[in-house]
Design a protein around this ligand. Structure first.
Ligand SMILES: [Zn+2]
Length: 313
């Protein structure tokens, strides 16, 4: 009897140890693994981007403004692999690039209903100012086709009226993609000519789209050169948090492999190219997708204005 009990305990210990080891391996894999690919390169040619920025004649943007409809907390390690389990503040922003007689809206945040489901803080005033600015804008672009960047389109009562100013690529229109995003409203883009390009595309004086699939198939970055020469690069969720670039640590596999289904290798290559650019050109304002503290610091320096202004009639 005693021998039987001893054998039973021994098996239980072994099973517990195996479970513990599997758990440790899973935690390592999903939150700490950050191996970058040893091959390939993402080419980010700033000289070519500057040439493209001059292609459309006219006065370049005078200012950039930001609205922040939602803010959420999340463990840093989920969004910057292998770092801290402490919470970080993440913001969902929309930007207004002010042009003479028009504006380019970059990203359209997350809608109030989904923000509530996600447990985020939501600013109705910022949301409404964003919707108004979208109606008044000359161009609307998104960094990529995820719910937290397209809320103002997906849930816009005037979406059909916005069609002439939408610069969406075929990949961005082709929702739902493999990341389980909700589909666009039925017929939302009927008659819309998608924006197609190879690597760079000027859409307004000083405003250039830079193709960068990886985080999603339709991801691109947006370069802006102000009339006074100040340059900006909206990195979207290639760099959600500034530390993705600074530390060369991308989002954890818990996000990239279970939720967003990203091409991690390509995101690593892009993140490396962005760090190289930021070191070579420290005056370019590099704007991460969701880093509240980083965006607040940029606003504090006066490089982006807080709050959308109304379009002059
Ligand atoms: Zn995002």
């Amino acid at each position: 009897m005693a021998e039987q009990k001893k054998g039973c305990f021994s098996i239980l210990w072994k099973v517990a140890l195996v479970i513990l080891l599997l758990l440790a391996a899973a935690i390592y894999w999903f939150f700490y693994d950050n191996r970058a690919p040893s091959d390939g390169e993402y080419k980010l040619d700033i000289a070519a981007i500057r040439v493209e920025a001059d292609k459309i004649e006219g006065e370049k943007p005078s200012a950039i403004e930001v609205e922040t409809p939602w803010i959420s907390d999340a463990p840093k390690i989920a969004f910057v692999a292998g770092t801290s389990w402490d919470d970080i503040a993440m913001s969902g922003n929309s930007y207004r690039v002010v042009l003479p007689g028009g504006a380019v809206i970059i990203d359209a945040a997350l809608d109030p209903k989904t923000a509530e489901e996600w447990g985020s803080k939501f600013d109705d005033g910022a949301w409404n100012r964003m919707l108004t600015a979208m109606s008044e804008a000359s161009h609307i672009v998104i960094t990529h086709e995820h719910a937290d960047h397209i809320g103002g389109l997906m849930h816009n009562p005037d979406l059909k009226a916005l069609r002439p100013k939408l610069r969406l690529t075929p990949e961005q229109i082709a929702l739902p993609n493999k990341s389980n995003e909700r589909p666009w409203p039925e017929g939302a883009f009927d008659g819309l000519t998608p924006t197609t390009y190879d690597s760079l595309l000027a859409i307004a004086p000083g405003v250039v789209l830079i193709k960068a699939p990886g985080h999603t198939p339709g991801t691109h970055m947006i370069y802006v050169q102000r009339v006074d020469g100040q340059e900006y690069l909206f990195m979207g969720d290639i760099v959600s948090m500034a530390d993705n670039m600074k530390l060369q640590r991308i989002r954890s596999r818990a996000i990239t492999d279970l939720m967003t289904m990203e091409d991690r290798d390509e995101v690593f290559r892009q993140t490396k190219a962005l760090l190289t650019l930021s070191k070579a050109e420290p005056n370019i304002v590099m704007i991460p997708g969701h880093d509240l503290a980083a965006v607040e610091a940029i606003v504090k320096k006066g490089l982006i204005k807080n709050g959308f202004t109304r379009q002059a009639p």
